[in-house]
Design a protein around this ligand. Structure first.
Ligand code: URA
Length: 425
């Protein structure tokens, strides 16, 4: 087998054979295939695609590059959720303890933010003492004792994906649907969950800008999961405007705790409950009531135990940024657009996100929204509050916010997008 013939096959729009796929993934993981050769292959895949048979084999080869976890010893069925990433997407934080409170075990291996979308681990690390890095043994122990664990994926899980994702990130090949689907699903299948609910975001703040692309990604991932024996369902959800009223690490933890306390913004509550119902259904738990588990404090109890089991203090005061800047509404009327991508970029520029994997993030930085699309606003009222420890960043963040919202004359009728746009099972 030689790598140039594999690259030529895909460059010339051919179908990669199972042997070619197994060999190239293994050889790349071992360093026998060089980064520049894998970049050429990834670009050929981005341009010419892969069919479902190729994607399934590619995913299986990435799973085989590392270890597979197993939760069979747990007394509860396992249910996991994966979001393709958005702005203000803090849903994992209330969702994992909520689903655990309803009887499932939730092993939530999560990532850090890169670019304009936030990462679950960065958010939780704003809680003093909380640790994202756990050994497999520690992870199983937290899961077994509290019902939920949110932690970083270990190095042993799909190492081929870890290497390939870093390469795609710097070669303009992240956006290939076959590569996104196989990257996400290789980690989820290797993780060993029994059921999986995918939250595929659609809109300006998401990877997938159109509903057609989101459907293709979702149906590819659902097929990969189902064929591997993981009960998999996808919801396509709106990411044209940020979720909730905050984008930023500690700001989003605070909002998640509000949801667990029975309050919080309605869109965050609605999406948390919709995903919880799907996860419980996929795990075969029929008689649970997630709305009640939010209202009666049982989800909050699991949250507190889960945070404490990972070294965090659930009662600690969360970090607050040193400086604030308020953006006011320039005129009165109805807010008809507040763009998710622009708010995500502003939060990132204020210090909530990172440009390179090794960059630090500011726990208190981010953007707070005082109105959502559909709300009536009055000239001069606060629209956004920007938070940062480094006030020289305000101007840089404000550059991205100039065209980020529209205010129509008072009385203009406005219909918000539903939060759940479609379901693929
Ligand atoms: N998230 C992943 O894990 N992989 C991708 O390719 C894109 C998003």
């Amino acid at each position: 087998m030689d790598v140039i013939s594999v690259i030529r096959t895909k460059r010339d729009r051919g179908e990669l054979s199972p042997e070619q796929i197994d060999w190239v993934i293994d050889a790349y993981t071992r360093g026998v295939v060089a980064d520049e050769q894998m970049s050429a292959l990834a670009m050929a895949i981005l341009l010419n695609g892969m069919n479902r048979t190729e994607i399934a084999r590619w995913t299986a080869a990435m799973i085989a590059s590392g270890e597979r976890m197993n939760f069979d010893a747990l007394s509860r069925p396992t249910a996991d959720k994966h979001s393709t990433g958005g702005v203000g997407d803090k849903i994992t934080l209330p969702l994992a303890p909520l689903v655990a409170a309803c009887g499932a075990a939730v092993p939530q291996l999560s990532g850090r933010g890169l670019g304009h979308t936030g990462g679950t681990l960065d958010k939780l690390e704003s809680i003093p003492g909380w640790r994202a890095l756990l050994s497999n043994e520690e992870m199983l122990n937290v899961l077994d004792t509290t019902g939920a664990v949110i932690c970083a994926a270990g190095d042993g899980l799909a190492p081929a994906d870890k290497k390939l994702y870093a390469l795609r990130d710097v070669t303009g090949t992240v956006e290939a649907i076959p590569l996104i689907a196989s990257s996400i699903m290789s980690k989820k299948i290797a993780e060993g969950t029994g059921s999986l609910v995918l939250d595929v975001k659609v809109g300006t703040g998401a990877f997938m800008k159109t509903i057609e692309d989101a459907r293709e990604l979702a149906s590819t991932m659902v097929a990969l999961g189902t064929d591997s024996g993981v009960k998999t369902v996808a919801l396509l959800t709106d990411m044209s405007t940020p979720l909730g009223l905050t984008a930023g690490n500690a700001l989003e933890v605070r909002e998640s705790v509000e949801v667990l306390a029975g309050g919080g913004p309605q869109d965050v509550v609605d999406l948390t409950l919709a995903l919880a119902r799907e996860m419980l259904d996929a795990a075969g738990i029929k008689d649970a009531d997630p709305e009640k588990a939010l209202a009666d404090g049982s989800a909050m109890d699991v949250w507190r135990r889960m945070i404490a089991a990972q070294g965090g203090d659930p009662d600690a005061t969360l970090p607050v940024a040193r400086e604030q800047h308020v953006v006011t509404a320039p005129q009165s009327g109805v807010l008809t657009r507040l763009d998710a991508y622009d708010i995500g970029v502003a939060a990132w520029r204020l210090g909530a996100g990172r440009a390179r994997k090794e960059d630090p993030v500011q726990a208190g930085a981010g953007v707070e929204l005082h109105a959502k699309p559909g709300d009536t606003v009055t000239a001069g009222q606060p629209l956004l509050t920007l938070h940062t420890d480094t006030p020289e960043k305000f101007e840089y963040a404000l550059q991205t916010l100039g065209g980020s919202y529209d205010i129509a004359p008072a009385g203009t009728s406005f219909t918000a997008n539903p939060i759940v746009l479609d379901r693929i099972a």
